[in-house]
Design a protein around this ligand. Structure first.
Ligand code: ZN
Length: 98
C-alpha cells in the first residue's frame, strides 16, 4: 500500500461504489488498506458495523472510488464529530417532522 508511510497510520476517504452497477453506497472513511466495512460508511447506521459493505441495489462487490489520504487528524476529528451529530439527529426520532 503506497498510502502507508513508515509506521504512521494514514486515513483515507472516498466514495464506495458498486463494481457491477455503479451504485453509490456512500462516503467512506477509514484506515488505508483496511477492509471496506459498514462502520466506515457515513450517514449510515448499519445493523452490523463489522460487516463488509456490498451494493445496496445488486449486492455486488464495492470499491473505494477517488480515495484520498487524510493526513490531518483535525479533519478526521471533524468527520467523527459530524458523524456523531448525525447519529444524535437520527436518535431523536423517525422522520423529519419538526
Ligand atoms: Zn450494484
Amino acid at each position: 500500500m503506497y498510502w502507508q508511510r513508515g509506521s504512521s497510520t494514514v486515513f483515507v476517504t472516498g466514495t464506495v461504489t458498486c463494481l457491477h452497477c455503479g451504485y453509490v453506497c456512500g462516503q467512506w472513511a477509514g484506515r488505508a488498506g483496511a477492509p471496506l466495512i459498514a462502520a466506515g460508511l457515513r450517514n449510515t447506521r448499519p445493523p452490523d458495523p463489522t460487516a463488509p459493505i456490498c451494493c445496496g441495489r445488486c449486492q455486488g462487490p464495492v470499491f473505494l472510488d477517488g480515495a484520498t489520504a487524510v493526513r490531518s487528524t483535525a479533519r478526521l476529528q471533524r468527520i467523527a464529530r459530524l458523524r456523531r451529530q448525525i447519529a444524535e439527529m437520527d436518535a431523536r426520532g423517525p422522520g423529519r417532522a419538526a
